[in-house]
Design a protein around this ligand. Sequence first.
Ligand code: ADP
Length: 527
Amino acid sequence: MEDSKEKNSWQEAGASEGYLYDFWKFLPLPLCYVNSLHFILDINEKLEQVFGYTQVEMAGEDIEKFFQENSSMEELKKEIVQKGSVKKEAIFLTKDKKEILVSLSAIARRDRQNYFNGYFLVIDRIHKNEEAYSPLELKEQIKEKTKELETKLTELRNSRLALLNMLEDAEESKKQVEEEKERTLSIVANFVDGLINFDMENKMVLINSEAEKIFSVKNQEVTGKSIAELAKIPNIKSLIEILSGPSKHVKIDEIFKKELKISEKLILEVSTIPIVKEGKQTGTLVILHDVTRGKLIEKMKTEFVSISAHQLRTPLSAIKWTIKMLIDGDLGEVNKGQEEFLEKIYVSNERMIALINDLLDVTRIEEGRYIYDLTQVSFIDLVQKMIDLYKNEFEKKEIKFGFKKPRAVPKLTVDVEKINLVLQNLFDNALKYTKKDGEVSVAIEHDKKKNEMVFSIKDTGIGIAKDQQDRIYTRFFRSGNALRMETEGSGLGLYIAKNIIEAHHGKVWFESEEGKGSTFNFSLPAK
Ligand code: ADP
């Protein structure tokens, strides 16, 4: 019995050994067994496969031989004896001289008396990056990485702080912008003029209370609406019509100023200004300025001048004919001395009549009733007739006169009487402001490109100082040098001339240099 028991236990021991052997052999981790003197006793198949050595090549060799020098296998040898288990990273040297970073674990084995008698060494991780890293290098790298991370962290902290500050600033500016906006809105709301704002799609985005009052509309019924929609609202229709023009093209993008008569008691000056932000138009502002009072005063002034001029003209005409009769001896004989005085009175009276006529012309222009009687004429003939009238005058003053004209030009459709008035004013001025021995030349040109006739009269007269030139076409303006010359003049001639030419759709302009001379020009469309 005893015998068979012993046999059985022998059999069992044999079976376990086989099992262990198989386990050892097929264990999927590279593994070796090292004795207490750190010589390798056995390696498994996986180690052979991965690192290329055979059992024979490794067995009996010091474990240190298979690791890179700075892998500090010395330490492992000490620690395994003292602690019984070690985990570390090391660089394994394969048979084909590759250096592979591995994580390894070692576990000590002890006999029954607990004496250390060797250890298993398992390579439990082969790092993907097969390049060699010594633990020292690793430490350095870790140090560096830690440093990098720390700087990154500080940077992050700083950016966070900066971000917080920026947020605070943004909050502050937002507040400021809102305050600014509120201020602007309250200015707009309480502005004395009516204000309306259109966006780039021609939608009304804002209307202040003054504008609401003017057109008797409510904010809610007009804001957000396009010009086309607004044109259907009767109260505001008249404004939209002048903003969009007769073409019904709804874009308002030009600067303009127009008058809008809402009623006898309300006349507006409507101006539009493009709202530009960073060089780009974002909308249009319409300003409605009440000019009723100004218009009324102007009208009264014009009426006063008109009435006075008319009242003056009748007695002046009576004086003219009476003096004429005296000079002609119709009322009895007058002697030479008396005749001379009468001539002087006659000339002064004529000047007064001319001034009254100028004033009446101005009032007619201003009242918009400067009626034009259009006929087709040869412009050259018109100018020639004027030259014939003035020729003697130029000769008397010993002023050289020249006339340059094209051969054939198209006829013009003009109000002959008014164009004659323009020519007369320009000839008068050239004669008046050019001294003896000077030169005056008249030229007519046909600008075929623009199909217009260009008239110019050039003199070598007193000229006009640069700083006074921008006032030349305004009412009653007379330049300093003209006044000093003590020449007669009302300062109305050029104003009237400009109005007449512009009413014919022409243009006026001039060039002048003080002391050297002037050239006055106008153009008239040939159509
Ligand atoms: P006026 O009756 O004073 O000539 P105008 O309206 O014709 O009135 O001219 C206005 C002013 O322009 C003149 O007073 C003069 O100062 C200046 N002026 C007009 N034409 C000439 C010219 N040919 N040469 C120099 N100055 C001129």
